[in-house]
Ligand binder design. Structure first.
Ligand SMILES: Nc1ncnc2c1ncn2[C@@H]1O[C@H](COP(=O)(O)OP(=O)(O)OP(=O)(O)O)[C@@H](O)[C@H]1O
Length: 456
């Protein structure tokens, strides 16, 4: 649709953009990413004609953009630039109506019923109908942005060029506008080229992204190129961790701050207390622990400070009610993992052990199922947590066999494994605990616990 060939340009004699080549395909959402000063706006201005090209060409459907008349261009391409160029006192509706100009015919250009319908539609989609008679200049930055987007959409373009369209918008409007653009892209085969600053937003909405670094593309591809942490670190000069979005198959990025949260090393055994009653057993830690679990609330990989084993008052108690119960105990539910256990929690086993100098706290509770909580005083990475999770599962099954108790497979067992990343231990100490050793520890402790429980 748009082909950029050997594009060179900039502001003075020294070009900012040199010999750039890329293509924006028909109907795709193409996002231009890059840090401040990398040249995004310069590329945008060269494509939109705000800056003259030093050399190279920009073709639209194979035809040089420069050869299109203003009207031809306006029928094909709409632009939402950074700085709004609205200086007159227009109302919102008047501004949106200006978008229909390229489609109006005749000597006295009047809005046709179709024009009016389009104007209504785009005002509705951008949620600005309530401002229709307001003076544009009296609107907030985010409201102005939506009005200018409505004007661009009123043009019914084939291509939409957007320079930071979500600038000034809060999360609600960012997602609303991008979702709307995405729908428009799909239903009308609209081609979108947008400069975006937020990499996570780009990952969710763009089909392809280009990563700009010092005036050159480091890579152009689908959003999976955002999984390349080293490349992002080179471009943005921050430590980036990529992870999978929990709901859609897209990467999301997390920046690691370049300062330590706390520099004090906290030992697990000195930083917890247990609150135990018949209907609940809660282990509180002073610092959050990296946790992997299948707990009823707080499953997956998370950070938690409060680990709760709780009786469920009735089978109908909802998650929200459980959280309310926690709040009554003064525990913020978002910092707590909850395992449901219908047994008497005064009977739960709490054991402190050491493995190669590393403290371990083990809690086992029973109802028809087995609930195991394992706290390890070492800064384990996620892979090791997963390894230990497997070891614990296998050891639990072996313990049942040793204790001579048949293992029913449809029990709702829980397993929580949490590591203290605040405890700075020598590398050897961490590496010295192996998956096999964790398995052995659980096997022997659990066999004993099971034998005690069945009174052997
Ligand atoms: N009008 C100008 N005259 C001279 N140099 C300019 C001008 N505008 C931008 N530059 C320079 O061109 C380079 C690229 O700027 P550009 O605005 O394209 O970056 P950008 O990636 O859009 O940055 P940002 O994310 O901060 O908007 C920068 O070094 C900038 O200083």
């Amino acid at each position: 649709m748009i082909t950029v060939e050997h594009l060179t340009g900039g502001y003075g004699k020294k070009p900012i953009i040199r010999d750039l080549q890329f293509e924006i395909r028909k109907g795709e959402f193409f996002a231009l990413l890059g840090p401040n000063g990398s040249g995004k706006s310069t590329i945008f201005k060269l494509i939109t004609g705000q800056l003259p090209i030093t050399s190279g060409s920009i073709l639209i459907d194979g035809k040089p953009m420069s050869q299109l008349t203003k009207l031809e261009k306006a029928r094909k391409v709409a632009v939402l630039a950074q700085e709004s160029q609205v200086t007159f006192d227009f109302t919102v509706e008047e501004i949106v109506s200006l978008g229909r100009y390229p489609h109006q015919t005749g000597l006295f250009k009047r809005l046709s019923p179709e024009d009016k319908q389009v104007i209504e539609d785009v005002m509705h989609m951008t949620r600005i109908e309530q401002f229709r008679s307001f003076q544009f200049r009296t609107l907030s930055g985010g409201e102005k942005q939506r009005v200018l987007l409505a004007k661009a959409l009123a043009q019914q373009p084939e291509v939409l060029l957007l320079d930071e369209p979500t600038n000034h918008l809060d999360i609600k409007h960012t997602f609303q506008i991008l979702t709307m653009l995405k729908k428009w892209q799909r239903s009308k085969d609209l081609t979108i080229f947008a400069i975006l600053h937020d990499l996570n937003v780009a990952s969710l909405y763009a089909d392809r992204v280009a990563l700009l670094h010092k005036g050159n593309f480091l890579e152009v591809g689908d959003v999976n190129i955002l999984r390349k942490e080293n490349q992002l670190k080179k471009v943005y000069e921050v430590d980036v961790k990529t992870q999978a979005h929990p709901v859609v198959a897209k990467p999301q990025l997390l920046m690691t701050p370049m300062f330590e949260e706390t520099d004090a090393s906290v030992a697990l055994i000195e930083s917890f207390f247990v609150d135990r009653k018949e209907d609940h057993l809660i282990v509180h830690f002073t610092e959050p622990l990296r946790t992997i679990s299948n707990a009823a609330i707080g499953s997956g990989i998370q950070w938690f400070k409060h680990f709760c084993l709780m009786n469920q008052p009735s089978a109908h108690t909802s998650r929200e009610q459980l959280k309310t119960m926690l709040e009554k105990y003064g525990i913020p539910p978002e910092q707590a993992s909850i395992v449901i256990c219908s047994g008497n929690l005064n009977d739960a086993f709490i054991m402190e052990r050491q493995l190669n100098g590393v403290d371990i706290l083990l809690i086992t509770a029973f109802d028809e199922a087995v609930h195991l909580l394992l706290f390890i005083d070492a800064p384990l990475d996620d892979r090791t947590l997963f390894d230990f999770y497997m070891a614990a599962t296998e050891a639990k099954a072996a313990a049942f066999q040793r204790a001579g108790i048949p293992l029913e497979t449809d029990r709702q067992d829980s397993l929580v494994i949490a590591a203290n990343l605040q405890h700075s231990l020598p590398g050897e100490a961490i590496e010295s605990i192996s998956r096999g050793q964790i398995g052995q520890l659980i096997l022997s402790e659990m066999t004993e616990t099971l034998l005690q429980k069945v009174g052997k």
